[in-house]
Design a protein around this ligand. Sequence first.
Ligand code: GTP
Ligand code: MG
Length: 355
Amino acid sequence: MPTPRPASSGGAGAGAGAAAAQPADRAAQPADRAAALAEGTRAGDRRSLARLLTAVENRTAMAEHAMRRLYPLAGHAHLIGITGAPGAGKSTLAAALIAELRRAGRSVAVVAVDPSSPITGGALLGDRVRMQAYAGDDGVFIRSMASRGHAGGLAATSTAAAAVLDAAGFDVVLLETVGTGQSEVEVAAAADTTVVLEAPEMGDEVQAIKAGLLEVADIVVVNKGDRPGAQRTASQLRAMLTPMAGRGADGSSRPAPKRPDVLITTAATGEGVPELLAALDRHRSDGPVVHEARVARAEAQVAEVLAERMRARLAERAGADVAREVYDLVARHELDPYAAADRLLAQVDQDRSPA
Ligand SMILES: Nc1nc2c(ncn2[C@@H]2O[C@H](COP(=O)(O)OP(=O)(O)OP(=O)(O)O)[C@@H](O)[C@H]2O)c(=O)[nH]1
Ligand SMILES: [Mg+2]
C-alpha cells in the first residue's frame, strides 16, 4: 500500500503561501525540484507523482534527477503488462483486476500507454470514467501516457513510469496498451509478467498478429468468455503454444521459454479474474523467471541511456555538422551505417582522450 500523507505544501494551491511558493519553485534548479517531487511521490502526494510522470513522459532533465533518487526505492511492485488485439477487452479486464486487487487489499497503479497516437484524449476520457469509481481511494491511481513520437523509446518511457509508481509504493503496476500496433511488444518488455488478451472468433487475419504477440506472453487470456467460441479459441491457442515452447531460439543454448497458461475470462462480469490473479501471482513467484525479465529490461534501459548519452556527446564534442556530414554520406550510400557509427565513435573517443 502506498502510504498517503497529506501534502505539506501546494496541496490546495489557493493560499497566499502557495502563491508565494510558485515563482521560487519554478526558478529552482532541476535537481532541487526533482528532490522535492521525489520526496512528495515517496510520501504519497498525488500531485508530485502526477508532475513527475509528466516529466518522465517528456524526458526532462528533472525526470533523470528524480529517477536517480527513486530507483533505489523501486523493485517491489509486480509490473504486469496487458496487451493484445484491439477491442479484446484490455481496459475492461484492467478494471476487473483493479477490483479484484482492491478486494485483496492490494494497491494498484495503471498506466494506459497509447502507442499509436501522441494525443491522449480518448484514453484520458476512458480513464476519467474509471477514475470516478475509485475517487477517494488512495490505493488506485490511473494515468494515460502517449508515445509523443518516441516510437523506439516507448519501452523506456513505460519502464521509467513503472519505476516511479513502484517507488511510490504501489503493490501492482498495470501497463495497459491502447488500440493496436507493433509497439505493444515494447510495452510488454517493460513488465515482469505479460498478459496477452484475445477475444473469441477474431478471424484468421488476427492469427498473424497473434504469432508475434504470443511470443511475449507469460499468460494468454481469452476474454469475452460469455461469447460462443471462447473454449474453441482457447484450445486453438493451447495447440499453437505447445510447439512454440519446444522450438529452441535459433539453436542457441538458452532454455526454451515456459509454455504460457491459457485462461478464459469474462472481464465484463469478473468471471475468471480471481483465477487470472492467481496465475499472475504464480508467475511472479518464479524468482529466476522474473529476474531474467528484469535483467533484459535493465539492459534495454541502459542501452537506451547509452545511446542518448552518445548522441548528446557527439553533438557537444564533434558538433552537429560532423554528424550531419556522416549521415549525408550514408544517405548517398557512400558510407555504410556501420562504418559511419565507427567513424562517429572514433570522433567521440578522440575528443575525450585529451580532456
Ligand atoms: N461480451 C463481452 N464483452 C466484453 C467483455 N469485456 C469487454 N467487453 C466489451 O468489449 C468492448 C471493448 O472493450 P475494451 O475493454 O474497451 O477493449 P480494449 O482492448 O481496451 O480496446 P482498445 O483499448 O480500444 O484496444 C467493450 O464494448 C466492452 O464492453 C466480456 O467479457 N464480454
Ligand atoms: Mg482500452
